[in-house]
Design a protein around this ligand. Structure first.
Ligand code: ATP
Length: 135
């Protein structure tokens, strides 16, 4: 089955939403293959967000993702990449649909609780970066 890299960002940990978010993924039928509480440093943030490092929104995003521990998760399941992105909701949480993680629990374009790989190619890249033992 397919695998996706999911990051529960520092706002999820700070707000005590880790269990609730993981519970949604597990209840959906997705399997946790690996999981790790990680203090993301600037170097890992730059590698993870390589496609965004030149963008205007990147410096505050970098500050945010390094602002406290995150939970890195490797999820597995049928069409997990698309399923997770649907469950996460729109990137801008202010526009995310109710019933999605962002649409129920976030109201920010930056502090939006979760990241999920957006394609098979990015999943492979992100799994190699975050969970090299599983790449
Ligand atoms: P993620 O990669 O976290 O799953 P995404 O794929 O939905 O989110 P991207 O366009 O890849 O969205 O942006 C990555 C992250 O950068 C977003 O999750 C958000 O935290 C931040 N971000 C994106 N666009 C903006 C913006 N205009 N202003 C502030 N932060 C932004």
């Amino acid at each position: 089955p397919q695998r996706s890299f999911v990051l529960l960002k520092p706002d999820a940990v700070r707000r005590g939403l880790v269990g609730a978010i993981l519970s949604r993924f597990e209840s959906r039928g997705l399997k946790i293959v690996a999981m790790d509480l990680r203090y993301v440093d600037g170097d890992l943030a730059d590698q993870h967000y390589a496609e965004h490092v030149e963008r205007d929104f990147y410096p505050p995003l970098r500050t945010f993702v390094t602002s406290g521990p995150s939970v890195a998760v490797l999820l597995e399941g049928d069409q997990v990449i698309e399923v997770v992105r649907t469950m996460n909701g729109a990137t801008d949480a202010r526009k995310a649909a109710p019933g999605t993680i962002r649409g129920d629990w976030a109201l920010s374009n930056r502090e939006n609780l979760v990241h999920g790989s957006d394609s098979a190619e990015s999943a492979a890249r992100e799994i190699a970066l975050w969970f090299p033992d599983f790449a």
